[in-house]
Design a protein around this ligand. Structure first.
Ligand code: ZN
Length: 459
């Protein structure tokens, strides 16, 4: 969005000046961390806390050969690439999608899907170098600082004095681990910078930097192809800054050069190991298992909640709504709950949509005021309910409505959830809908929730 680094101008300048001076100048042009409200220590703390959440939600592969392989590449990039010191570690998680992600302060997780998809070790090193660059350039907390500087300033000042979990406090601002989290979804500028520093790091470590750009461009191309699902996660959180190969090629003259070493043999062996991994044991499913922790409201997250693209409709009580045909709609608490079977934990809704009507006495105030009254009522029962985004006007079924983004504790262990509240003005009643999903998953459920909201009509 903002000033995009112009590689072409840099490249042209390079042609005019003396080569040695230029190499120096280029080095100074390597991207550096931007403005940040967080300290480097807070980056590390956030990463450490989020790593615990990640390891509850993903299956970390316990294969020594595989883990050592990824660590060997990662450490080679850090050490020979001369990257700033952080407590880095590299783990493999059993996920088919093509992705790797680094948390602020150093923890990195590599999907088995990525290891299977790369064509050579340099491509894998490229993804790791790119991710490491996001860590060193502190892009996550830089973006969070810019997005919510007013609230964060107060929060971080309080965090120093009051202690407590930093990530818990960030969650109240809606800053978590989700695919759309400001901590993990990068701007195009950040992408260019991570490409540039990543490529430079690769070259120093003895990998051909062009392989990184090639792999990213391949992902971009596959995303437009027939099976976009596997690459979507990476390309959604790392938007394509465009012309990656050209941008990196333009920098090649200023990069350390040696004989690049790709050692494909090791990679083939790792891909064989992945092919033979036993199917990941799923975390306990709600309603199954022997010792159901009935008194524990916090349950492990189901591995996946299926969403059919075919819709069916429910009609009654003066309205009609469409919902995925593998979810169920049932009357509850004077309203309607529409949930996937996997999304209900011990009676708590972890994923799904609640439809309710509130009779409000003296219903003539305003939709805004009534919405606030409703949120206040909810907050009396749910002390950790927070408003993440102020109400915005929409229409639902031709009526005036407000959409307000809230967050709350999820019934799943250690996660916050997003509750999108839609309040609709039905003159005598306040009709409202709450769309629920754990914060990390909300973005992937948003499309189906929006489709459901759009389908609502009143009779
Ligand atoms: Zn990136």
């Amino acid at each position: 969005m903002k000033n995009r680094r112009c590689f072409l101008v840099l490249a042209l300048l390079a042609l005019i000046a003396a080569p040695a001076a230029l190499a120096q100048a280029k080095k100074r042009n390597l991207p550096r961390p931007g403005w940040n409200l967080f300290s480097k220590e807070q980056d590390i703390e956030i990463g450490r806390e989020f790593a615990k959440q990640v390891e509850q939600q993903f299956v970390v592969v316990q294969n020594r050969e595989l883990t050592e392989y990824v660590n060997r590449i990662g450490n080679r990039l850090v050490e020979r690439g001369g990257l700033e010191k952080y407590p880095y570690f590299f783990k493999v998680v059993q996920e088919d999608s093509i992705n790797a992600f680094a948390l602020p302060g150093g923890p990195m997780y590599v999907h088995t899907g990525l290891l299977s998809a790369v064509e050579n070790e340099a491509q894998l090193a490229g993804v790791l170098a790119h991710e490491l660059s996001h860590v060193v350039l502190r892009h996550g907390t830089n973006q969070a600082s810019k997005a919510q500087f007013a609230q964060l300033g107060a929060l971080l000042a309080g965090a120093v004095i009051g202690g407590g979990s930093l990530t818990g406090q960030l969650a109240q601002l809606g800053i978590g681990l989700g695919a759309n989290s400001v901590l993990l979804k990068y701007s195009r500028n950040a992408e260019s910078d991570a490409d540039l520093l990543g490529a430079y790091t690769m070259a120093k470590a003895g990998y051909n930097p062009v392989e990184m750009a090639r792999f990213f461009e391949r992902l971009q191309a596959e995303r437009k192809g027939k099976t976009p699902k596997l690459v979507e996660i990476f390309t959604a959180s790392h938007p394509d800054p465009g012309n990656r190969v050209k941008a990196i090629e333009a920098q090649l003259p200023y990069m350390p050069r040696g004989s690049y070493d790709a050692r494909e043999g090791d990679l083939k062996r790792m891909q064989e190991i992945i092919g033979k991994l036993p199917k990941a044991a799923k975390p306990a499913q709600p309603g199954q298992g022997t010792a159901a922790p009935a008194q524990l409201p916090n349950a492990p997250k189901p591995e996946r909640v299926p969403v059919s693209s075919r819709m069916q409709s429910w009609r009654g009580d003066g309205f009609r709504i469409e919902y995925p045909d593998n979810w169920r709609a049932e009357r509850a608490d004077g309203g309607l709950n529409i949930t996937p079977r996997e999304g209900v934990v011990q009676g708590f809704i972890g994923y799904g949509v609640l439809v309710r009507r509130a009779k409000i006495n003296n219903r003539m105030v305003s939709l805004e005021r009534d919405t606030q009254t409703l949120i206040d009522e909810m907050a009396k029962r749910e002390s950790n309910l927070r408003t993440v985004e102020q109400p915005q006007r929409i229409t639902v079924g031709g009526r005036r409505a407000l959409v307000t983004k809230l967050s709350n504790d999820s019934p799943y262990a250690g996660v916050r959830e997003i509750d999108v509240l839609i309040t609709v003005d039905l003159e005598t009643d306040l009709f409202y809908i709450i769309c629920v999903a754990p914060l990390p998953d909300y973005p992937s459920f948003e499309p189906v929730y929006q489709q459901m909201i759009r389908s609502i009509s009143f009779e």
